[in-house]
Every structure is written in C-alpha cells, then in structure tokens.
Ligand binder design. Structure first.
Ligand code: UDP
Ligand code: MG
Length: 321
C-alpha cells in the first residue's frame, strides 16, 4: 500500500540508465524493505531516450513504493533533483545516483546519524576517489576549493549529491526563488546543522557516465555565477590591465616617434591588437555569463516539465516550477 507520508523518500535522477537499472533495483529493493520504515523510491526519469521509462513502469507494477516521475525532456541532473525535491513526500529525503557509485547501504547510516545527532543534513563524503580518473580528481579538487571561497562556507570536500536532508531543508530549498540551483552548494549555503558519513565511492556498476564534458562545464559556470560576482570583478581588473598596457604602447610609440627612430614593424602592432582583443573578448564573455543568467531568471521559464507521475497522473502534462 502507498503511504501518503512515508518517513523516507529516496530520490534518484536517471538519464538513459537502462543498463544499470535492473542491478540498481535488485540491490535497492531488499535494502529499503529492510530499513523497517515507510518509504517511497522516487525515480525522476530525466527525459531518457532509451528503455529506462519502460523498465521503470514495468518494475512499478509489483513494487508499490516505487514512484516514477518523468520529465518531458532532458533537463539535467540538478533539475531532476529539483523535481524530486518538489515531489518527495518523506520526512527525510535521500538523493542518490542510479549507477551504484554511492553504496545504498550507507542510507541506514544516514538515518542513524540524523536521529542520533539532531542535525538536518547528513553528507555522504567520499573518503577515497581512486575510482575516478586523474583528470576528474584534479578538476574536482579545483572545483571544491574555488567553491569554498565563493560560497564563503565550508563546502564538505568530495561531497557530491549523495546525502540525507530533513523536511525543513526540503521546504527551504523549494522556497528559494532562483532556478538553476546547484544542490551541493545551495544546501551548505542554507546553513542547517550537518553531519558527515564517510564512504568509499565505487566504480559505475554498468553503462557509461551521463555527465558529458559540456554538462560538467555548465555545472561549473552555474556554480560560480550563482554565488559570486567575483568573475565580473576579475573582468574589471583585466580591463584595467588591458587599458594600462595599451596606454604603455601609446607612450612607447610616441617616444619612438619623437626620438626619430623608425617605427617598429607591424608585428608589434598585431601583437598589441590581439592582446587587447583577447582581453576584451574575455571580459565580454564573462559579462555574457551574468547577462545570460539575468535573462534566464527574468524569463521565469520552468526548469523542467513533468510529463508523468505514477502517483497521481495518467499522462497529462503539468508544468512545475
Ligand atoms: N543524470 C541525469 N540527467 C543528466 C545527467 C545525469 O539525471 O542529464 C543522472 C544519472 O542518470 C545518474 C546521476 O545523474 O543517476 C549522475 O550521473 P553520472 O553517474 O553519469 O555522473 P558521474 O558519476 O559520471 O559524474
Ligand atoms: Mg556516476
């Protein structure tokens, strides 16, 4: 039977995960049943193009706690989590990836920590990243270091999107006015008391990464522009530097002219033009990032569109902000 207010909602964003899905359910089902609390497993199908949706609906037939929410189009990992947060009904909400890199067994440790320690957030923190490539480890280290500075709070290093939060946190996140939120930054930024549980991140159980390089770059840009105008200031400093350099060029050219020496060849001119051009373009690019953000938020477009929710829907469309 479905419980209208389960104690626990487990939110899983899935994009083209047909390969890992059967293994994921096989491990998840006995585990959740064994927790001894009421739960819903809320899978947000992020516009998958493969058989994920069909497999989900099939599995839901004899698993009443499995709830399927399908987004109409691929809206990205963060948007899928937003959709999950909006729809989850549990007192506790755990987010976990579908690929079993985050061991679901840790969920019971999360529950233990939140009950024992009077906190609202329990982060899963990777104690070992050896399963990731060197490039991923290095870019991740840079990312977290930068984010700590920008958010102005301690972001738990190597805490991705495997965590438990209480209803208070879910409501606070849902009440935020801005879209395009990056969960791993917004949640520490809210400042609720938190605890950490260490775990070892496994290899992806099946299939390939759904985080393309362009999606990672997007996440990085969203992370920075959501929290800081520092790059805009960097643009100002670069602009000043460029201005100073061109000033020096002018003075140099004047001195050369006045001392009657021959004007240097066009190479230096080309060099100067390209340096200044590059700086200008960089500044314009940074401005563009912020303007794009303003533009997007002023449009107030829904970040995702729910096509189907196995709990309430029979296929009709309902935009959710
Ligand atoms: N994901 C998603 N939408 C996307 C990309 C990824 O819902 O556009 C999901 C994906 O199915 C997985 C989670 O986000 O459950 C993390 O993705 P992945 O494991 O591919 O990322 P990685 O571990 O390689 O960083
Ligand atoms: Mg993964």
């Amino acid at each position: 039977m479905r419980d209208t207010h389960p104690e626990l909602s487990v939110v899983v964003p899935m994009y083209d995960e047909e390969e890992v899905l059967p293994i994921f359910f096989e491990r998840m089902h006995p585990l959740l049943d064994g927790l001894g609390i009421t739960y819903e497993l809320l899978v947000v199908d992020d516009g998958s193009r493969d058989r994920t949706a069909a497999l989900l609906l099939d599995a839901a037939k004899d698993w009443p706690q499995l709830r399927v929410v399908r987004l109409l189009r691929n809206s990205g990992h963060q948007a899928a989590q937003s959709a999950g947060f909006r729809r989850a009904r549990g007192q506790y909400v755990v987010t976990i990836d579908a690929d079993l890199q985050d061991p679901p067994e840790i969920i019971s440790e999360f529950l233990h920590a939140v009950r024992e320690q009077d906190v609202d957030v329990v982060y899963g923190v990777r104690s070992d990243r050896s399963s990731d490539s060197w490039a991923k480890r290095t870019s991740a280290r840079l990312y977290y270091r930068l984010m700590c500075r920008l958010v102005g709070k301690d972001i738990p290093f190597d805490a991705a999107d495997f965590r438990l939060v209480t209803r208070r946190v879910v409501d606070a996140v849902n009440a935020l006015p801005d879209d395009g939120r990056v969960f791993r930054l917004v949640i520490p930024w809210l400042g609720f008391p938190s605890a950490e549980v260490k775990y070892v991140r496994a290899e992806r159980a099946a299939g390939t990464t759904k985080y393309s390089v362009s999606k990672m770059v997007r996440l990085a840009f969203d992370s920075v522009t959501a929290f800081s105008a520092a790059p805009l200031r960097l643009a100002t400093w670069l602009g000043l530097l460029g201005g100073g350099m061109s000033g020096l060029f002018v003075v140099g050219a004047l001195v050369i002219k006045l001392t009657g020496r021959s004007i240097p060849g066009w190479t230096s001119t080309v060099l100067a033009v390209s340096v200044i051009g590059a700086i200008q373009l960089l500044c314009l690019g940074l401005l563009g990032e912020y303007v794009a953000r303003l533009f997007q938020s002023s449009q107030r477009r829904p970040q995702f569109l729910v096509g189907y929710d196995s709990l309430t829907d029979h296929g009709h469309q309902e935009p959710v902000h």
